[in-house]
Design a protein around this ligand. Structure first.
Ligand code: AMP
Length: 610
């Protein structure tokens, strides 16, 4: 995850106090010289190191539960940059104001922390083993689901560790520790009682010591007075490096005799830990798709569904992939999913060699209307080139009683209808999650030089409440390698309310004009399926926009999201953000609110400390 301080030229990452002082010495030791570094004690926190009268002063910057940052006893700030800016205008309790940033030289990259890499590795391995994903599919899974995955790992990862013994008594823990060799640092973790808290039992000098692992109100684990961590396994990894108040560092795991690890685990090394402290983390190999969300009581993630990866990601299926499908492998249901001027969309099943998949079939009404058939062929040609988890994939075409376009099935239907029907159940966080997925799909289109030209909530289909896919490529175009826009010769039946000024005025379509449409789609989503520009007609909307007006913030829509919509509606396309930027902003906001929700949940669940 990107550190919020990563853009600051005076941020050094995970360096020690001594290294910070060395940098400040080299930079001249003038009063007010400062730098920012990552705090090794509290995850997400920083330390501000400041020079005053040839002396060093280090101030811990804590990340609060509500996501703000503050120096103990000081005012809260929304980010590390804002905090530093504040103290550069007002000392407000520091020895002096921040006067001169100690800038990182080009040869000094930001140092990543041990736990940053640990967490990243853990996420990767978890996704790899649970869903058998690799490469791009794995990256997209991590980006789109990081908050859920972190929560999942945070709450369950320790259960997979060989040193975790579940709910056993203190006496039983001693019996297990004393059985066999008793080297210093042999340890186990057990669940204490009904409170859901844990205890660490460790051998030192042939004696067992027991420590309660504290769980604070923000859901962080620690030894009394010790460093706080998001997960029990991180705490254990840390205690393998530093005693942090314990009689000894942790060394050898006392293995849980009932653990199934031997049967199901894969061992892997975490390369970022020092070689002496390299550790093994074990994660059970995944269960089959769709059934593992129920065991952990979480909502289904995109990777749990059968439409996350293409049915052709299996090399054997790929060998048999053809543009035209055989009619006898396609079963068409009479149930209609929707319709358009081309005909209707029906539900069906496509029989592949190893499996059957649910499909949606666009059935062309009449073969005689050549124009419509050409349009469908063009749509198929575009879809044939696309393969992304957040885009409806085409399975193939079928020429039989009618021309049919066979696609992946998105059973929960169009986003606008879904949101207006389920307003009460769908949180703003859920809407942000879905729109973030749409932005991921759009980054893919932008990177591959496709313009969608009809991005709207009606064309975002849901697989389920937490999984969106972009559909309807009827107006889409593949740009030439050296072009960054498509110029339409004549205007057609266009969705004007979704179109950027340059589309209407100059018939120019680019990823930047798709960004404009993304803004309108966001507006529709945050107004739970509301109709954009109320009762205005197309031409009225054009003069509304040309006069500098924009739609109002939908009720309950977060300010950050409305600000992003307005960015998407920047008049000049040159000044409008691209999808890379849009996705980054969606992602940052999504992660920030998901974090808050999880700590609030932990807060509510936490028992008072004993
Ligand atoms: P379209 O003309 O592509 O917008 O499709 C018309 C309607 O058919 C959509 O609004 C959906 O309700 C339904 N539909 C289209 N494609 C799919 C799909 N892949 N999965 C489920 N429903 C679909």
């Amino acid at each position: 995850m990107i550190d919020p301080a990563a853009d600051l030229p005076f941020f050094y990452g995970s360096i020690s106090r001594a290294e910070a002082e060395e940098h400040l010495k080299l930079a001249g030791m003038m009063d007010g010289l400062f730098l920012l570094r990552q705090c090794l004690r509290s995850l997400g926190g920083y330390v501000l190191s400041l020079v005053w009268q040839l002396d060093f002063h280090h101030y811990a910057v804590e990340k609060q539960l509500n996501g703000t940052y503050c120096i103990s006893g000081g005012k809260p700030h929304c980010g590390p940059a804002e905090l530093c800016q504040y103290y550069s205008q007002d000392a407000d309790g520091l020895v002096c104001m921040l006067r001169k940033p100690c800038l990182r030289s080009p040869e000094t990259p930001i140092r990543t922390g041990v736990f940053d890499s640990l967490r990243e590795n853990m996420l990767r391995e978890y996704v790899r083993q649970t869903w058998h994903l690799e490469g791009n599919a794995m990256e997209q899974a991590i980006i789109s689901q990081a908050p859920q995955l972190e929560k999942l790992i945070a709450t369950t990862a320790h259960e997979k560790m060989p040193w975790y013994h579940g709910k056993i008594t203190r006496t039983e823990s001693e019996r297990r520790l004393y059985s066999g060799a008793q080297p210093d640092g042999k340890f186990l973790v057990r669940e204490r009682d009904e409170s859901g808290t844990f205890a660490l039992s460790v051998i030192y000098g042939k004696t067992a010591y027991h420590y309660q692992i504290l769980l604070d109100k923000s859901g962080k684990y620690s030894m009394p007075e010790g460093t706080k961590f998001d997960t029990v396994w991180q705490l254990v990894e840390y205690l393998k490096l530093k005693p942090d108040g314990l009689v000894t560092i942790l060394r050898e795991a006392c293995l849980n005799p009932n653990s199934t690890m031997g049967r199901v685990c894969t061992l892997f090394l975490l390369p970022t830990l020092s070689s002496t402290a390299s550790s093994c983390l074990c994660i059970p190999l995944g269960t089959s798709k769709l059934d593992d969300s129920s065991s952990t009581n979480r909502h289904t993630m995109p990777m749990d569904t059968s439409v996350y990866e293409s049915p052709y990601s299996d090399p054997e299926a790929l060998k048999e992939k053809k543009l035209f499908l055989k009619r006898d492998q396609l079963m068409i249901d009479e149930v209609e999913l929707g319709s358009g001027n081309f005909g209707c969309v029906k539900r069906g099943v496509y029989k592949m060699r190893k499996k059957q998949i649910d499909v949606a079939i666009k059935v062309l009404k009449s073969e005689n209307e050549k124009g419509v058939k050409d349009e469908m062929m063009k749509e198929a040609e575009i879809m044939h080139q696309l393969d992304n988890p957040y885009i409806v994939r085409m399975i193939g075409l079928c020429q039989a009683e009618n021309l049919m376009l066979v696609m992946e099935m998105a059973p929960a239907g169009p986003l606008n209808k879904y949101l207006s029907a389920k307003k009460e159940q769908i949180t703003v966080e859920n809407v942000v999650e879905l729109m973030h997925q749409v932005s991921l799909g759009m980054v893919y289109l932008e990177e591959n030089n496709f313009v969608h030209r009809d991005l709207a909530a009606r064309n975002v289909l849901l697989v389920n409440q937490h999984y969106a896919k972009i559909s309807d490529f009827g107006l889409s175009k593949a740009l030439g390698a050296n072009d960054n826009y498509y110029k339409a010769r004549t205007a057609g039946k266009w969705p004007l309310k979704w179109y950027a000024p340059e589309c209407i005025n100059f018939h120019k379509f680019s990823s930047k004009s798709d960004v404009w449409s993304f803004g309108v789609t966001m507006w529709e989503a945050f107004s739970y399926g509301g109709k954009p520009y109320k009762k205005m007609k197309g031409p009225e909307v054009i003069s509304f926009i040309e006069s500098g007006n924009r739609m109002d913030c939908p009720p309950g829509c977060p300010d950050v999201m409305y600000a992003l919509m307005k960015d998407c509606w920047t008049y000049q396309h040159e000044n409008r953000p691209g999808f890379v930027k849009v996705e980054e902003q969606m992602r940052n906001y999504y992660y920030s609110i998901s974090k808050k929700t999880s700590s609030e949940a932990a807060n509510a669940a936490a028992e008072p400390e004993k």
